[in-house]
Design a protein around this ligand. Structure first.
Ligand code: ATP
Ligand code: MG
Ligand code: MG
Length: 555
């Protein structure tokens, strides 16, 4: 394998190792909130965190940031575990939940109160917001800010004991209401919420806030480098403040480092929007093959290797930028070009009768399973008198530069003979029903005669007698606009691609009816396809188009 491409985070780690900062330890974490399915943006973070742990002989923790019970569910936990594993990463013994630290977090909050570094505020959310100020205007102290330590401890214990209604009190860190950084204006660190938690049940009616929980969870797990996206740059002073106050009780003070999040064209990346697409039926669930969730791209036909290649290729930096969807698709093409066996599928069949081919005759044509891998061998594709070709490979009145079949013209049937179109049969509406051809018996591929005559067109086909009918789902990009959030008057749903899913019945080589769920193939001249992992039944596969052979979206 090629060595990983360096980046600024690797430089920091290597410098830390030279300076002996962590005694050579590298401990990272991937901390999803279980409030939705993981998407391709998360994959960037997963590959980064697990990749660093792998390359520096450390470990990467998978930690559920489950402090917000109203939006969190076990279904999401399960799907996240499944997706990280599918991507090829292993958290070993380091599967953690922020909720496992609720007791500690509570204890540390009392510790802050005793130091005079936190207080119970009895203003409501509205009043707190009003006093918080704006970017240009400093905040104002709450009238409860100077409560005595003993009173704060008493109130906080009673908050925990369930004596107060939701929203009546909060615990706030006592930092600086005049700070230019709004995150430091006495952020709320605990609130009262009577909500059933998917792991701790009804044990708690107060829950810690993200910023307070996150840094402490990192410290308790002895994380060394806590990597997050750039939006958290302004939260870093709070991360450091909390750990500084608790330096006598937490085991270490991890370093928060920010990197640019993945922005990918032709898609939306926020969980809120993905949930909206699912709940309003714009897609067929979280794992709809058009979704950019990891469950979705998996069903679409993406391989874990292609996603890891993508993460490697886009790199890690401090500057926000957009990555074109074509980059992701190219990674899949590269991976599958190498590993997907070739097969023939006729997606839009047109019947061809070879007039001079004997009625009951049949012969074997040999097609390589991979054009660059002779060791993969060849398969037999039987030829007989009636075959199917693609409708698009015939034009009654050929346009300029069209080298496939038209009346009087010749093409090569791949792995077989040169044929010539002699007549066209239409129905009463002028619709083409079938065409008649003759073949030249001296031109069979692989024989000495094959080179005798050159023709420009080379098309795929299947013998009608052997072709199997299967369902094929032709997927395309879910959005028609590169920046869905920018168009449609701000409504990304106005950018949905109305032609992103087309279901068709195709003819395929007989062996494909034995395809197992998640078997991938290149359908020659069409693209890469995968047997759907949900809807494929024994002997009855359903294929999804993962990606076409070439990018037809332009740049
Ligand atoms: P969303 O904004 O889509 O709701 P989130 O950031 O709230 O996602 P989390 O579950 O909190 O989702 O994310 C877990 C980790 O994944 C975080 O460390 C976060 O920084 C990272 N992450 C999320 N989105 C991206 C992205 N687009 N690019 C890179 N990393 C991301
Ligand atoms: Mg989040
Ligand atoms: Mg977010």
């Amino acid at each position: 394998a090629t060595p990983p491409v360096s980046n600024f985070i690797r430089s920091i780690i290597e410098e830390d190792n030279r300076a002996g900062k962590w005694n050579g330890r590298v401990e990272t974490r991937f901390p999803p909130e279980p409030n939705g399915y993981l998407h391709i943006g998360h994959a960037k973070s997963i590959c980064l965190n697990f990749g660093l742990a792998r390359d520096y002989n450390g470990s990467c923790h998978l930690r559920f940031d489950d402090t917000n019970p109203e939006k969190e569910e076990q279904e999401y936990v399960d799907s996240i575990l499944d997706s990280v594993r599918w991507l090829g990463f292993d958290w070993g013994e380091h599967l953690h939940y922020a909720s496992d630290y609720f007791d500690k977090l509570y204890e540390f909050a009392e510790c802050l109160i005793s130091q005079g570094k936190a207080y119970v505020d009895s203003l409501n959310a509205e009043e707190i917001r009003a006093l918080r100020g704006t970017l240009t205007e400093g905040g104002k102290n709450s009238p409860y800010r100077e409560r005595a330590i003993a009173e704060n401890i008493d109130l906080f214990r009673r908050m925990k004991a369930g004596e107060f209604a939701d929203g009546t009190h909060v615990l706030r860190a006592k930092i600086d209401m005049t700070s230019p950084n709004i995150n430091l204006r006495d952020p709320v660190i605990y609130r009262i919420r009577r909500i059933h938690h998917h792991r701790t049940g009804d044990k708690w009616c107060i829950y810690p806030m993200y910023d307070y929980t996150h840094c402490i969870s990192d410290a308790l797990e002895k994380i060394t480098h806590s990597l997050c996206t750039l939006e958290f740059e302004d939260h870093r002073p709070l991360y450091d403040w909390v750990l500084d106050q608790l330096k006598d009780v937490v085991p270490c003070h991890p370093q928060q480092i920010e990197f640019a999040r993945l922005n990918l064209t032709y898609t939306v990346m926020s969980k809120r929007k993905l949930i909206e697409l699912v709940e309003n039926g714009f897609v067929d669930g979280w794992d709809d093959p058009r979704m950019n969730t990891l469950a979705g791209v998996r069903r679409r036909g993406y391989t874990p290797e292609s996603i890891r290649l993508f993460a490697e290729r886009i790199g890690i930096s401090k500057a926000d930028s957009w990555i074109d969807m074509g980059v992701l698709e190219d990674c899949l093409r590269e991976d599958l070009n190498d590993r997907a066996p070739r097969r023939i599928a006729v997606l839009e069949p047109l019947k061809v009768i070879i007039d001079n081919y004997a009625e009951d005759s049949e012969e074997e044509c040999l097609a390589p399973n991979h054009p660059q891998k002779p060791e993969w061998g060849k398969r037999i594709v039987p030829l007989s008198k009636i075959i199917y070709i693609e409708r698009g490979d015939f034009m009654e009145i050929p346009s300029k530069g069209y080298f496939r079949l038209s009346p009087g013209a010749e093409v090569r049937l791949r792995y077989a003979y040169i044929i010539k179109c002699v007549s066209v049969v239409k129905d009463a509406n002028g619709e083409i029903m079938e065409i008649h051809c003759t073949y030249d018996p001296d031109t069979k591929s692989g024989t000495a005669g094959a080179e005798k005559r050159k023709v420009k067109g080379n098309i795929h086909w299947l013998a009608a007698k052997h072709a199997q009918q299967i369902e094929v789902r032709l997927y395309d990009r879910l959005f028609a606009q590169a920046h869905p959030d920018a168009g449609g008057g701000g409504d990304y749903k106005a950018s949905l691609n109305l032609h992103s899913k087309k279901i068709t019945t195709a003819y395929v080589e007989p062996s494909l009816s034995e395809a197992q769920p998640e078997d991938r193939f290149q359908f020659e001249r069409h693209g890469y396809f995968i047997a759907d992992r949900k809807d494929t039944e024994p002997g009855k596969p359903v294929f999804n188009r993962a990606v076409t052979l070439r990018d037809s979206w332009g740049k």
